[in-house]
Design a protein around this ligand. Structure first.
Ligand code: Z5A
Length: 213
């Protein structure tokens, strides 16, 4: 079946503004008559949201790195079949708060899991499906963590060390270097209005080339 919608993902470390800017993106696309589906990872379906709780809740049992990686992809497999692919086939544009770039950054960069293992799972679970456009919100780790800590108590992954989040940030920026056409880096330690004008700068040609052609 042919895919008609576009797949946009939002990425970055803690508190960089992914959730805040999701509604801005939705409003922008809706204004241009584009149907939008908003979702997130890990999560997006009842089963995947259960997995999210397992992944993020602190517990006495230590989750192994392998189990964490496989749970991320288990949630993703369900989410893709139940939500993302049907929405794209129906012509909706899907905006997803985090996707597989987060796995390369957190499990690959943060936990040092092999990129080949992640790539194998990516191909196995996603086939050829990749995001069409990704916004990588980037800010110094301390700024994002300060914002996230101000907002709520910390979950299991948010309780990691500064070194872990520096590795995550580095891995994200490396991916952006490798795929500059798809991954647009947005400086997010600036005023929200400036963040959103950068988003618009990248989104506008994307909308007009793909949707109005
Ligand atoms: N994870 C993983 O390890 N592997 C994977 O494959 C996937 C995920 C998919 C859940 O993610 C965790 O799962 C995440 C990675 C891991 N772990 N951690 N840690 P999540 O997306 O649900 O959780 P999050 O990264 O912690 O998101 P967040 O803290 O909600 O951050 P955010 O959505 O980017 O930020 P925000 O809520 O929009 O903004 C934070 C605050 O900053 C808020 O008060 C805003 O009003 C404020 N803000 C935002 N922008 C600005 C600007 N420009 N100026 C000033 N203030 C601002």
């Amino acid at each position: 079946m042919m895919i008609k919608g576009k797949f946009i993902t939002l990425e970055g470390g803690e508190g960089v503004g992914k959730t805040t800017n999701m509604s801005f993106l939705k409003d922008y696309l809706s204004l241009h008559g584009i149907p939008v589906t908003l979702t997130r990872e890990p999560g997006g379906t009842p089963l995947a949201e259960h997995i999210r709780i397992l992944l993020l809740e602190s517990s006495d049992e230590v989750i192994t790195d392998q189990a964490e990686l496989l749970l991320m992809f288990a949630a993703r497999a369900q989410h893709l079949k139940q939500v993302i692919e049907p929405a794209l086939h129906a012509g909706s544009w899907v905006i997803c708060d985090r996707f597989t770039d987060a796995t390369y950054a957190y499990q690959g960069g943060g936990r040092n899991m092999s990129a080949q293992a992640i790539q194998w799972l990516e191909n196995f679970v996603q086939g050829n499906l990749r995001p069409d456009l990704t916004f990588l919100f980037d800010a110094p780790v301390e700024i994002g963590l300060k914002r996230a800590r101000h907002r709520s108590s910390l979950d299991r992954i948010e309780s990691e060390t500064l070194v872990f989040f520096e590795q995550v940030r580095r891995a994200y920026l490396l991916q952006a270097k490798l795929e500059p056409e798809r991954i647009k880096v947005i400086k997010s330690d600036q005023a929200l209005i400036d963040v959103q004008s950068e988003i618009t700068r990248f989104l506008h040609p994307f909308v007009f080339n793909d949707h109005h052609s």
